[in-house]
Write a protein that binds this ligand. Structure first.
Ligand code: PLP
Length: 429
């Protein structure tokens, strides 16, 4: 479900006409629906039912302070991957005691900062890192709470750049090596408290099978670790996929039911129904680390068509957003549905490439796609851009970062102002 739909021929976010936002704030412009973010968060929380659990939102998907504050105020914890993300969470009123810290390359400064802030767990990705964490904690006279990330060697069947749970990925420790590692750590690493076990097999998973496979594979291991070392939590990671192909229609509850049964994408209710019975009697707190599921369909990137260029082989619609604003198509072959802000009156479609102004051939939002026609001066929305959108934006080609807006019902608030030319050179001389 999401808060974007046409009303009287105009694309709305909740009760705000997006055409009014582009008129006032310009483009490129990110717009998020607070109602959608909270709907996703509460539905995931509800899907886990009475199982002891906590949702630790993966900050890297969208780290705007207002988004973090919205989730913190509804009780979310946070999964962070850098000291910078911890700083953001604290600034947004989040509680470090509900933060887990993931990532293969934590620096000394980041470890010290997170220890001093009292995070819930360091999710460690190698024995070397665990030993270093032990050393730094010792120097500070502190005990570091830790979980090791197990790599269950399960194929998440997603894009190769967002698959993380296979043996050839850089993430985690081999399944078969975990048990001995916990034994050694318990014996030798006096400044480590083994608090849990973590896994995360990949991102944008749209079927339940890999989740079930990974959970079933790891249950005996986590049961053994609880018995031997008294661990208290198991983080089963994030990775729940969202609908990109028919994003706009998928906001309507009837859409899912209208899909052929064997093609219905994973729903959060199905995720809960399949996993809860397997998890609820382990006597462990279950942590979830969703990023994309919470914010992905809750955001759009609005952009204006600048030119139409008819080449001999193709028609290009050149827009004022580029790969620096939204890199997913270039980086992961990511698909974003493209819809005009004014609802098309005809069903006619033309084949176009929608491209940005950046000096790279990879700077496109679609290629050879059938779209309703639109003209220079018209506005379009790139749907499902709430996750890994602004968070991955850069100043490449010296383009100021776009503004971000949060819509709550009939209110639209600027939650990050558009960068100015002066912002571009700040800190340089
Ligand atoms: C990126 C990441 C997540 C979130 O992934 P989504 O696909 O956005 O849900 C969760 N946990 C870890 C360790 C990650 O690196």
């Amino acid at each position: 479900m999401h808060g974007f739909s046409y009303k009287n021929g105009s694309l709305f976010c909740e009760n705000i006409d997006l055409s009014t936002l582009v008129a006032e704030h310009g483009t490129p412009l990110y717009v998020y629906s607070a109602g959608t973010i909270l709907d996703h968060y509460t539905r995931l929380d509800a899907a886990l039912g009475s199982t002891d659990h906590e949702v630790a939102y993966a900050v890297k998907a969208n780290s705007n302070l207002s988004v973090l504050r919205l989730l913190a105020s509804h009780g979310a914890g946070f999964d962070i991957v850098s000291g910078g993300e911890l700083f953001r969470v604290i600034k947004a009123g989040g509680d470090p005691a509900h933060c887990t810290f993931a990532g293969v390359g934590k620096t000394r400064d980041e470890i010290v900062y997170a220890l001093q802030q009292g995070i819930y767990s360091f999710n460690v990705e190698s024995e070397e890192e665990l030993r270093y964490l032990n050393q730094v904690a010792g120097e500070l006279g502190m005990i570091a709470p830790a979980a090791v990330r197990v790599n269950p060697n399960v194929d998440a069947k997603t894009h190769k750049y967002i698959s993380t749970g296979k043996s050839e990925n850089k993430f985690g420790v081999d399944f078969g090596a975990i048990s001995d590692l916990y034994e050694r750590a318990a014996k030798e690493l006096k400044n480590i408290k083994l608090r849990g076990l973590q896994m995360h097999i990949g991102s944008q998973l749209t079927s339940i099978a890999p989740f079930i496979e990974a959970v079933e594979k790891v249950i005996p291991l986590v049961t053994e670790l609880k018995a031997r070392h008294g661990i208290e939590f198991w983080s089963i990671g994030g990775g729940i996929g969202i609908i990109y192909q028919e994003s706009l229609k998928s906001g309507n509850a009837d859409w899912w039911a209208s899909q052929p049964e064997n093609e219905r994408p994973l729903t959060i209710e199905q995720y809960g129904k399949e996993l809860v019975p397997r998890l609820k009697d382990l006597g462990l707190k279950i942590l979830l680390e969703p990023g994309r599921y919470i914010v992905g369909n809750a955001g759009v990137l609005l952009t204006k068509c600048l030119y139409e260029k008819k080449g001999s082989a193709k028609t290009f619609k050149i827009v004022d957003a580029g790969m620096n604003d939204l890199i997913r198509p270039a980086l992961y072959e990511g698909h974003h549905e493209i819809v005009p802000l004014v609802e098309p009156s005809s069903t006619e479609r033309i084949k176009v490439d929608v491209v940005g102004p950046i000096c790279e051939s990879g700077d496109f939002f679609c290629q050879d796609r059938l779209l309703p026609d639109f003209n220079p001066g018209d506005y379009i929305a790139l749907m499902s851009a709430g996750a890994y959108g602004f968070a991955m934006a850069s100043n490449y080609n010296s383009r100021p970062l776009p503004a971000e807006i949060l819509v709550e019902g009939g209110n639209a608030t600027v939650i990050r102002k558009r960068q100015t030319l002066e912002d571009l050179i700040e800190g340089e001389h």
